[in-house]
Design a protein. Structure first.
Length: 239
């Protein structure tokens, strides 16, 4: 295995590890700023690979913020390994996530973020979006980097396969095909509503955890995904 590093937007880097056996990639995203932020830590077993890759962009001990979409091993499994090598780093996650999991599991006290709260990283700023059960997890939340228009979309648009770092091609069909097969998304009456709220941010880049970074029409892709979720939910509850 290797972790590849690619800049997907100005000062934002995709750290990607493809697992051949699963035909699935795992991505972390590093924001290079005065206060660097890592979105997703990777699995604990990936830490040597991911930290080595991250060090080509930012010295790991400079890391100031660690965040992730929801409490799950591939999102935050190496959280404490990162805290150990970055003495000033602080975990920032949804208030719900901090309350139900992170305050117990993190080796240093985490920071609970409110919906819409902004972290000024110095040269970059990220807005926290609380998104319960989108794509899954009661504690779910995403980040939007406002200076580049990058939405850290977590598990939204997850798709099997080995992908280039970026694409402007179709990301909706591969994502819906995979999701219909594995049922990863929690379909509720609020799922489509929440995804359309993300579209309203007008992101120019979608930083996807399991797939390429998308540089096409982000709002259109998000609305198409929301439409698919709504259609599946209607079909599931139809008499």
């Amino acid at each position: 295995m290797e972790t590849k590093v690619d800049e997907i937007a100005d000062g934002i880097y995709r750290l990607s590890t493809h697992i051949d056996e699963a035909n699935f990639c795992f991505n972390q995203f590093l924001i290079d700023a005065e206060e660097p932020l890592l979105f997703h830590t990777g699995l604990r077993g990936f830490f040597p690979l991911v930290s080595e890759a991250a060090a080509t962009v930012v010295a790991p001990e400079r890391l100031r913020w660690i965040s992730f979409g929801h409490y799950e091993a591939d999102e935050c499994g190496a959280m404490n390994e990162w805290l150990a090598i970055a003495p000033k780093a602080e975990v920032a996650h949804t208030q719900m996530g901090v309350m139900v999991s992170v305050m117990d599991q993190a080796d240093r006290p985490p920071r609970g973020l409110t919906d819409g709260e902004v972290l000024d990283l110095g040269g970059k700023q990220v807005r926290h979006l609380t998104t319960p059960h989108v794509p899954h997890g009661w504690d779910a939340g995403l980040l939007f980097e406002e200076t580049t228009g990058t939405l850290f979309a977590g598990d939204l648009f997850a798709a099997y396969g080995e992908w280039p770092p970026t694409t402007d091609g179709d990301i909706v069909a591969p994502a819906t095909e995979g999701d219909r097969a594995d049922g990863a998304t929690a379909l509720t009456p609020e799922t489509g509503v929440t995804v359309r709220r993300l579209a309203d941010l007008a992101p120019t880049t979608l930083a996807i955890m399991h797939g390429p970074a998308y540089t096409g029409d982000g709002p259109a892709a998000l609305r198409a995904l929301a439409d698919d979720y709504d259609a599946r939910l209607r079909a599931a509850i139809a008499p």
